[in-house]
Design a protein around this ligand. Structure first.
Ligand code: IVH
Length: 673
């Protein structure tokens, strides 16, 4: 294909894929089958392989995440990102309306003037961000930070599928404020994976979103199913909107995601009714909500109301009370984790809480039980912290009958009956042959996020361990077809499939094996980092704490845990067995970064250049540099073409070196154009 044709086809494909993304991620109404989507995507990737200059930052292929950063740049917001005052009762809401009326009309009448109608929206419990489009293209994303300056998280936001990289109708500047959230539906799976990796669970989806956006490697962020909703205006140029309703409609017309529910209210009664209505609906949303946001609808009225030092006078948050329920604690069971930690679990009389039936709650550890004086038979108040993980918050002690029982920590492991020992707050089974631990370890090794051994789920793992066919992950590779057929409910076809799946797992990427080994504190993210920094498993196994700690994201505790793992003879023995079975120990080939003066540098591009801006951006990114859209003291170079404007002036003011294309070619060690 000729270059010009390729570029044309590429841009058509990119537009088509973006439209399907919008239909799928924003409108929740897919317009194409997964296979057909994959076909389009494949064609786009093929074109990009043949013509690498087509890989622009806004290409759908870039959603998988680009270069990792060593730190986030700081971005000054074009307009301050304000926060909100909170209210908790209808009286507070009424007082807010009165304040607004008084400020506008000098009296607090409930007769709403034309200019003081309000909107009610969900208060999304995520991470506040600002997104900026320049000339229709996604140019910059930032966290709120202190309201004035935030982290440049542009590359992380690029991985969010519901955030279009292009507007439907380009305008010079469109900045919108919104919330990045971790969809509730995926939250429990994430925590299960983290626990399996020996990593702490996130307390709620908001922490999961915040933790994800803090990652310096966008590739890791791309693995998280983050989503975004936009609700507020920032700096605008070429956009005329007069009200909140108007603005949300406009955002929608630009293909941007907005809250699925908004109410227009013209009186206090309507406001309170809207708040109540939202409370009933909000559990159906994909995100957690902790309240409603009431806003003056007219943007002009907002401007005349202004802000206090803390928050705008034209908006307020109404916080719903945390969801609680009272139920009976029937029993306490003890779960044995992969590392032998015993977790007490409350078995409850099933009850409805925040939209779902709850019959179990975590009791965390024995210290917590003592502190809260929780007893079997108690009526307990449970709460959904962040609406997802139910926990026992207090005991209704005045309801006690005297028939309640103290919860005693078990003396022996519920699975293997070995004597348990205390390890700080935790009760632990230290028997390395404990069947529960072995099962959890095998399950972890086989799960989708690790070695991805299809068909080897919890039930089969239990069977294999109980039949004494498998006692360790290395034993999985000794399983024979005939052995499998001795298991109950195991058909010939399933046996064959499992053998094939085990065979296929031998050539998995190294990070999957590292993760699958189940080294304490080594999650999938750390495992990827380790694969990236070591040529093979043997070099990793021989690494000392200092070498490990020099890797970004590998801290003291993780490094110590890794060396401890590889020093243990039984782990060494396991590695030898896995090697003998032919598992892949080698890291994947990497395309090395060409080491030039651009590596690690932040460059801003401005003015008219001889080639597209994307062309230069590509060179910078491939050389391990970073392209930024705004000049700060941290900018290393301004690449300036002709007709450069305000950025040139700013660079001169800040003393940022200004280079032309010829100087750039020298730095990049490429032939000048
Ligand atoms: S408007 C100047 N609308 O809540 C007003 N904020 O507690 C800016 N939030 O910092 C905020 N949903 O991060 C607005 N529909 C919504 C919101 C919302 C969530 C967050 C936002 C803000 C925080 C204040």
């Amino acid at each position: 294909m000729k270059k010009a044709d390729a570029a044309k086809r590429h841009s058509a494909l990119a537009a088509e894929i973006s439209a399907h993304d919008r239909a799928y991620y924003i409108d929740a109404a897919p317009t194409i089958s997964d296979q057909d989507y994959d076909k389009l995507y494949r064609e786009l990737l093929d074109l990009e392989t043949e013509f690498p200059e087509l890989v622009t930052p806004d290409s759908p292929s870039q959603r998988v995440g680009g270069q990792a950063l060593s730190a986030f740049q700081q971005i000054k917001h074009a307009q301050r990102m304000e926060s909100l005052d909170n209210t908790y009762s209808p009286e507070d809401v009424s007082a807010f309306v009165d304040r607004v009326q008084k400020a506008l009309h000098g009296s607090s009448t409930d007769l709403f003037a034309e200019s003081t109608d309000f909107t009610v929206e969900p208060k999304i419990d995520g991470v506040a961000v600002s997104v900026r489009y320049e000339n229709g293209k996604f140019a910059l994303g930032a966290t709120r930070g202190d309201g004035t300056t935030g982290d440049d998280i542009t590359e992380n936001l690029r991985t969010i599928r519901s955030l279009p990289m292009k507007l439907k109708h380009p305008v010079p500047v469109l900045e919108a404020r919104g919330e990045v959230y971790f969809p509730r539906a995926n939250f429990e799976r994430l925590n299960a994976q983290r626990l399996a990796a020996g990593e702490p669970a996130f307390a709620n989806p908001r922490n999961a979103a915040a933790g994800s956006l803090k990652q310096l490697d966008p590739k890791l962020v791309a693995k998280r199913p983050l989503a975004i909703v936009l609700y507020g205006p920032g700096q605008l140029d070429g956009v005329t909107c007069t009200s909140q309703l108007d603005w949300l409609k406009y955002l929608k017309s630009q293909g941007l995601p907005t809250p699925e529910w908004i109410k227009h209210s013209r009186s206090k009664e309507e406001l309170l009714a809207a708040i109540e209505e939202l409370d009933k609906l909000r559990h159906n949303f994909a995100y957690d909500t902790d309240g409603a946001v009431i806003k003056v609808n007219s943007l002009a009225t907002r401007a005349s109301l202004g802000s206090t030092a803390k928050a705008p006078r034209w908006a307020i948050a109404y916080k719903y009370a945390a969801e609680q329920a009272v139920t009976r604690l029937h029993a306490v069971t003890f779960q044995v984790g992969r590392t032998g930690v015993i977790t007490p679990v409350a078995e409850l009389e099933p009850t409805l809480l925040a939209g779902s039936t709850v019959s179990r709650a975590t009791l965390h550890n024995f210290d917590e039980i003592k502190r809260k004086d929780i007893r079997i038979g108690d009526l307990v108040t449970i709460e959904k912290a962040g609406e997802v993980i139910p926990a026992v918050v207090k005991v209704e002690t005045d309801q006690r009958t005297g028939n309640e029982h103290i919860i005693e920590p078990p003396a022996t492991c519920p699975a293997c009956q070995a004597t348990l020992s205390w390890d700080g707050l935790f009760l632990r089974c230290t028997n390395i042959d404990c069947s529960a631990q072995i099962k959890r370890k095998l399950q972890h090794f086989a799960h989708r996020g690790a070695m991805d051994i299809e068909g080897l789920g919890e039930a089969l793992v239990d069977q294999l361990v109980e039949a004494k066919l498998v006692n360790d992950i290395a034993d999985l590779y000794t399983l024979t077809y005939d052995q499998l057929l001795t298991l109950e409910r195991m058909a010939e076809k399933s046996a064959n499939n499992l053998i094939a799946a085990l065979q296929a797992s031998k050539s998995r990427e190294l990070w999957r094996l590292i993760f699958g080994l189940g080294i304490l504190h080594v999650g999938a993210g750390a495992a990827r980092q380790l694969e990236h920094h070591f040529p093979d498993l043997d070099t990793l196994a021989a690494a000392n704490v200092d070498q490990l700690q020099s890797i970004p994201e590998i801290g003291e505790i993780v490094a110590a845990s890794i060396t401890a793992y590889f020093t243990k003879p039984e782990n060494r023995e396991r590695l030898e067995k896995l090697r003998a079975h032919g598992l892949n120990f080698k890291a994947a080939e990497r395309t090395p970064i060409v080491d030039t003066a651009l590596r690690g540098k932040t460059i801003v591009i401005t003015g008219t250049l001889s080639q597209s801006r994307e062309h230069f951006e590509e060179i910078i990114r491939k050389a391990g540099g970073k392209v930024s859209s705004s000049i700060s003291k941290k900018t290393n170079y301004l690449l300036a073409g002709t007709d450069a404007g305000s950025k040139l002036t700013k660079a001169q003011e800040l003393g940022v070196p200004i280079i032309d294309e010829i100087a750039f070619s020298k730095l990049a060690e490429i032939a000048p154009i």
